[in-house]
Design a protein around this ligand. Structure first.
Ligand code: FUB
Length: 465
């Protein structure tokens, strides 16, 4: 079903399609090691608005079938003028190009990139982390490659790499209002930043230094400026349901930074990596999810509005779908709230909520959700007014042996794994006692970890004295 643009397995670009979150998955993509065409999986989105006013997204490309992130090998650029119609401009660089053009690098291992525009010479600089060679003790010699073009979407030619940049992933370049470019990279808990030369954006001006003051830094650095303040956002090491995106603020582009907390809760994908961009006077957060594929290494970019508070702090991005009706209050004073399973949040217009593929669970005639299996998830928005403890009862029917699931609040596991024996043809009540739900919680996710089951309701009973 992949478009007129594809004939004899040749895909002709650009291709424009109307798309909603999760983005780009309906574009055609060559699959790894074959001539066949599959869905386009993307991650690590860097958003920029260039002089023509369009929003451009430079993303990593997850190739199917994946082998961890080893086979990520080619970059595509996407753009839009209305957040409705999206264009895939095609491949702009591969590891083959890098090897041929500047003689370094191995196959694959092309991770989260960024792009910057230098008005002084009218050139676009594409920065990408790429492995030069595997190291004898099992590590990797990462370089920050640079490719340069007169166009934002094609004809990039590798100009080598940024000599002296630490062997870390995820480069990002921020250009300040005075035209000074800054470069950052980082992974595995280390984040560094420094200046690029104003007269040569492929070279450092001095050494890159560790960024001070970040909390729980994992990877995925992004720097932007809003109302005169600098913001460094990044993924953290949150384990449950994937990484969060956090941010820190500073009066200087190189810190020191003051952590301000989480602005995107885990999306269920193991990694997350985002950027923040102003487009037509509004701010947006880019991030990635793995809902369409159900696999951590086959990701899809999402975009949602981002809002600031009056003091410049960022509100958590509301990328958790549209509630089915009025949002229920969690009970106080010994009361109970019964959430009907079928009253789950839907996808809404702009949200990255999306159930997995053709096997997604469905609403059954008897008023329950049927066919929930590994990596499916069902979401319910709730209002919580205080930190309280609850007994939580799931009316559930396991349809396989070894069914496992857990409940998360704002992307953090609050029940631990609940294991059930099955199969059975009857619904039964399973209660987990003494679960804390905090006042800032806005949504609950029931996440399937194994097996197959049906869900009728979740009852939350206040047990505070
Ligand atoms: O996409 C490969 C790696 O996964 C990126 O470089 C990281 O930020 C994480 O998203």
């Amino acid at each position: 079903m992949f478009l007129a643009a594809q004939a004899d397995n040749e895909i002709r670009y650009p291709i424009t399609m109307e798309m909603k979150n999760p983005l780009f998955v309906e574009f055609p993509s060559p699959m790894y090691g074959t001539d066949s065409i599959g869905p386009m999986y993307t991650a690590d989105a860097s958003g920029h608005v260039w002089a023509d006013g369009r929003l451009y997204i430079y993303a990593s490309h997850d190739l199917e079938p994946p082998q961890g992130c080893d086979r990520m090998d080619r970059y595509h650029v996407f753009s839009t003028d209305d957040l409705v119609n999206w264009t895939d401009h095609g491949e702009i660089l591969s590891s083959d190009d890098v090897k041929r053009q500047s003689g370094w690098g191995i196959e694959g291992w092309m991770w989260a990139p960024d792009c910057a525009y230098n008005p002084a010479n009218g050139k676009y600089y594409f920065y990408f982390p790429h492995v030069n060679e595997p190291l004898p003790w099992g590590g990797h010699d990462w370089r920050v490659g640079v490719a340069v073009s007169d166009s934002p979407v094609s004809d990039f030619h590798t100009a080598g790499y940024v000599e002296g940049a630490p062997s870390l992933i995820d480069p990002c370049v921020f250009v300040d209002d005075d035209g000074q470019p800054y470069i950052y990279n980082g992974g595995g808990g280390q984040c560094t930043g420094g200046r690029l030369r104003r007269d040569d954006w492929t070279r450092l001006d001095g050494e890159m230094q560790p960024m001070q003051g970040l909390v729980d830094f994992h990877e995925g650095t992004w720097v932007h400026k809003y109302n005169g303040k600098y913001y460094l956002s990044h993924s953290d090491n949150h384990g449950s349901d994937g990484n969060c995106l956090r941010y820190a603020m500073s009066d200087s582009p190189l810190g020191p930074w003051e952590d301000k907390g989480v602005y995107i809760y885990p999306t269920g994908c193991g990694t997350n990596h985002g950027s923040i961009v102003e487009y037509k006077g509004k701010w947006y957060a880019l991030y990635h999810v793995s809902n369409p594929s159900g696999r951590d290494e086959l990701r899809s970019v999402g975009i949602d509005p981002l809002e600031y508070n009056a003091d410049g702090t960022i509100r958590p991005v509301r990328n958790w779908g549209t509630p089915a009706g009025e949002m229920p209050m969690l009970p106080v004073g010994g009361g109970s709230l019964v959430i009907d399973a079928v009253k789950y949040n839907n996808g809404g217009e702009n949200y990255a909520y999306h159930k997995n593929g053709a096997d997604a669970p469905v609403v059954a005639d008897g008023g329950y959700i049927t066919g929930i299996s590994r990596r499916d998830w069902i979401r319910y928005s709730v209002n919580a007014t205080a930190d309280r403890r609850y007994d939580i009862t799931f009316r559930i029917r396991p349809r396989s042996a070894d069914t496992k699931f857990h409940l998360s609040a704002n992307g953090s596991d609050i029940t631990g794994e609940i294991a059930l024996d099955g199969p059975t043809d009857r619904f039964a009540d399973i209660t987990v006692g003494g679960v804390t739900i905090n006042a800032d919680v806005e949504y609950l996710d029931l996440r399937a970890d194994n097996g197959l089951f049906d869900l009728q309701s979740i009852t939350i009973t206040d047990i505070n004295q």
